[in-house]
Design a protein around this ligand. Structure first.
Ligand SMILES: Cc1ncc(COP(=O)(O)O)c(C=O)c1O
Length: 327
């Protein structure tokens, strides 16, 4: 498929213009020098999306919120942790579109709201606390039922908006990146968790026949589980865009690196702390402790191990989350 054909296929799916201008693609020469050379490193700055404190969830919500509007929804319901970036962006999208937001979050109500929890409250979202992640799905459905009985029109968005529809945000993002470069990069490295971002990038690369490597550095899940999630979303994207299973190479390998999770989701590691400091001190680039710091730790390790060579161009896709520095 050509980029023009992919653009046309995407244009048939409604999206709300939340993302605005293309995000910057920046060279990071001081970081490269500090790492002792290696590939040409570029950073795709989705942390710099202006809407709602930015981050990659804005790209997903652009498609998902459009579907909610098409169904004449009046309330977006979603779920996440107390400090979920996805929940914050959903609340922001709801505010911008004149909808209500209900966020089902696992954890205890914080005594003092900080970071994303503070923004959720400012955005006017209703917060519903549940004890465990497994309780979130059933509670969202319960709330949706209650709202329907009250005559409202709820729209439930699964955790991370990592549905094929949400992942279209990253199919579009790949086209945006390709427009910023004379040739496709050799590799993209980014943080991966519920799989939507990676699925969008992988699906776009396959549909366009690009041989680039897309490394999802896991923030929490073991590689095999995350690979299965990404694979399922890639298939769904193929169906949404009416591509054949061969075009999206259904079932083919997905590159996930789970060696940087450490003791678990959101728990810093020596390598993630180093990544946060190096990026800030060399390039004034702020990484978040839960996702992008671990992804950058993965990229730093690949460079130091000489697994990415000086002939290659590598894009670190900054997926945002920097609000998390203020918890
Ligand atoms: C800042 C940030 N980066 C990356 C991810 C992972 O993206 P995905 O859930 O699409 O795998 C998340 C998920 O919430 C995130 O908040």
């Amino acid at each position: 498929m050509t980029p023009a054909a992919l653009r046309e296929a995407l244009a048939r799916v409604a999206a709300v213009p939340l993302v605005g201008a293309p995000t910057p693609l920046e060279a990071v020469p001081r970081l490269s020098t500090l790492l002792g050379g290696g590939p040409r490193l570029l950073v795709k700055r989705d942390d710099a999306i202006a809407f709602g404190f930015g981050g990659h969830k804005v790209r997903k919500l652009a498609f998902v919120a459009a579907a909610a509007l098409a169904e004449r929804a009046d309330t977006l319901i979603t779920a996440g942790g107390v400090q979920s970036n996805h929940a914050r962006v959903t609340a922001a999208a709801a505010a911008r579109l004149g909808l209500r937001a209900v966020l089902v979050v696992n954890g205890v109500e914080p005594e003092r709201r900080t970071a994303n929890a503070l923004l959720d409250a400012l955005l006017g979202a209703e917060i519903d606390y549940v004890a465990a992640p497994a309780d979130r799905g059933p509670r969202m459905l319960e709330i949706a039922d209650r709202l329907r009985r009250e005559g409202r029109r709820p729209y439930v968005i699964p955790v991370g908006a990592s549905t094929p529809l949400g992942a279209l945000g990253y199919v579009a993002a790949m086209l945006e990146l390709l427009d910023q470069l004379p040739a496709a990069p050799d590799a993209i490295v980014h943080a991966s968790s519920s799989g939507g971002t990676q699925a969008g990038l992988v699906a776009a690369a396959r549909l366009l026949g690009l041989p680039l490597r897309i490394v999802g550095v896991s923030a929490d899940q073991p590689a095999a589980m995350l690979q299965a999630d990404v694979r399922a979303i890639v298939s769904g994207i193929g169906e949404l865009l009416k591509a054949s299973p061969e075009q999206v190479e259904r079932g083919a390998a997905i590159d996930v690196d789970d060696r940087f999770v450490g003791d678990g989701y959101g728990i810093p590691t020596p390598a993630s702390r180093e990544a946060i400091e190096l990026a800030a001190r060399t390039e004034a680039l702020f990484l978040d402790p839960t996702y992008t710091a671990k992804a950058m730790a993965g990229l730093i390790a690949l460079v130091r191990q000489g697994r990415l060579t000086d002939r290659q161009t590598v894009v670190f896709w900054h997926t945002g989350g920097q609000v998390g520095l203020f918890t």
